[in-house]
Ligand binder design. Structure first.
Ligand code: IPD
Length: 288
């Protein structure tokens, strides 16, 4: 049967607002938060409570759909072609615990493993990013009107990396190869080139993969690179990015067709030209 994507979108928006209220009324503390893999991988009671409410709401409305969520994920759970909600109840849990403003709920919906609806809500700033495949991406800011993304009506071409503002994250895992790769990316991207110029304008870490993607969709960041995050961190933002004219490629050099579960991503903002050249330039800088 044909899916009513507008109805799914509207449900996700309602659920996002409900979850947002839970985040605003919660009193998280790093003293009461637990950790998962290590002391920098935080989880709070609110992450778990929000996921419970969200999965109940979504599966009550759509009992035949699948659900993948950060807090209930188990190794071996894989994304199929079936309609699937892919949810991070709180993306940016560290920010949430510290009352740092960039955290959100990330509600993605995939069909045939393609991000098809995306809703990202930052309750703290009251900013709602939404997209339905084929219908554009939008931002509704506190007290504002719905704005179409990207925010700049005529985005600049992507000339070269030296004029780019790049999103990158330290992630939650400070050990092993994963951490080495991230550190190298920061060092290489922040470096000075042989001609004495800076490699990029600067690097930003928003502390939430979903909000990095939203910022690229909005055109505030030119690029966002991350290796190590998960399907629930990117599914909603991916849909919003693509609907705003951006592209998602893999963080692995030469891989133009990443999968939702690929764990390594490079997002590039909408631009009249230069998107693929910038991807190749960044891949060249960070290497394999
Ligand atoms: C994390 C955030 C962070 C990113 C990590 C994610 P969480 O999600 O998005 O910015 O660097 O890779 O796991 O744990 O706060 O939901």
């Amino acid at each position: 049967a044909d899916l009513n994507l507008q109805e799914i979108h509207d449900l996700l928006v309602n659920v996002a607002h409900e979850a947002g209220q839970m985040m605003l009324t919660a009193t998280p503390s790093y003293l009461s938060s637990g950790t998962k893999k290590n002391s920098a991988d935080l989880v709070t009671e609110t992450d778990k409570a929000v996921e419970k409410i969200v999965s109940t709401r979504l599966l009550t409305a759509y009992p035949t759909f699948k659900f993948i969520g950060e807090e209930t994920y188990y190794p071996g759970q894989t994304l199929t072609a079936e309609p699937t909600f892919i949810v991070d109840p709180i993306d940016g849990t560290t920010n949430f615990v510290h009352a740092f403003s960039t955290f959100c709920i990330s509600l993605g919906f995939a069909v045939n493993k393609v991000p098809t609806v995306g809703v990202i809500y930052n309750a703290y700033l009251d900013e709602l990013y939404t997209a339905i495949k084929g219908q554009g991406a939008y931002l509704l800011r506190k007290g504002g009107k719905k704005e179409k993304l990207p925010l700049k009506k005529e985005p600049d071409p992507l000339k070269d990396l030296s004029t780019c503002l790049v999103g990158a994250e330290w992630g939650n895992d400070r050990t092993g190869v994963n951490f080495e790769v991230r550190s190298e990316v920061f060092t290489k991207v922040a470096a000075t080139k042989e001609d004495g110029g800076a490699m990029v304008h600067s690097i930003r870490s928003m502390g939430s993969a979903a909000l990095n993607l939203a910022a690229v969709a909005a055109g505030q960041l030119d690029l966002y690179w991350e290796g190590g995050c998960w399907a629930w961190d990117v599914c909603a933002g991916w849909c919003i990015l693509v609907e705003a004219g951006g592209i998602m490629v893999s963080g692995n050099p030469g891989d133009w067709e990443p999968t939702i579960e690929g764990r390594k991503y490079l997002a590039i903002r909408g631009a009249p030209s230069g998107q693929k050249d910038i991807a190749e330039e960044l891949w060249g800088v960070i290497g394999d």
